[in-house]
Design a protein around this ligand. Sequence first.
Ligand SMILES: CC(C)(COP(=O)(O)OP(=O)(O)OC[C@H]1O[C@@H](n2cnc3c(N)ncnc32)[C@H](O)[C@@H]1OP(=O)(O)O)[C@@H](O)C(=O)NCCC(=O)NCCS
Length: 155
Amino acid sequence: MLQYIIRASGETDYLNMYPEEFADFTLEQETSFINKNCCNQNEMMIACFVNGKVAGNCQISFRTRMKDRHRASVAIAILQEYWNLGIGTKMFEEMIQIAEKRDGVRQIELDFIEGNTRARRLYEKMGFRITGIKPDAIRLKDGTFVNEYMMLKRL
Ligand SMILES: CC(C)(COP(=O)(O)OP(=O)(O)OC[C@H]1O[C@@H](n2cnc3c(N)ncnc32)[C@H](O)[C@@H]1OP(=O)(O)O)[C@@H](O)C(=O)NCCC(=O)NCCS
């Protein structure tokens, strides 16, 4: 997973971290991260494997407070080699089903970085609509500031 996310983060500016930010992650920290995200009622990760190697992953997290437990959030990444094969669509279908089965969940939320037209296309196809904008949310290495958009799908 660590090798995969380092590679995925280097292939696009549309993920939230640069590859070098994972450099200090030990195998133990990664194991504990995976355990937290796989063995927890409120967080779930799905990984996609091609020939035994991770090709992509997605995560769904459920809020748990009385005032916000109707909300879920999702995130996704796939290695460039496997873009446009429908993997993202399949992963979203799974995450939406998971959210629909959970009692009381009314909406799924996500963010995407301005310019990520492929992601936006996928999210709109899956029924998400833009609800807001966070100006200058992301600062790239070259100093450029980029907006982030918030999206929501009602269940
Ligand atoms: C965004 C991402 C998850 C999409 O996954 P995917 O497996 O490529 O998605 P799919 O193949 O299911 O669907 C991609 C859709 O985008 C469309 N598309 C492809 N290139 C496009 C482009 N340049 N502009 C707009 N739409 C585009 C495809 O036609 C397809 O739509 P369709 O099913 O209606 O034909 C993947 O590209 C990725 O991981 N990108 C890098 C990381 C990232 O951006 N993650 C999301 C952060 S918010």
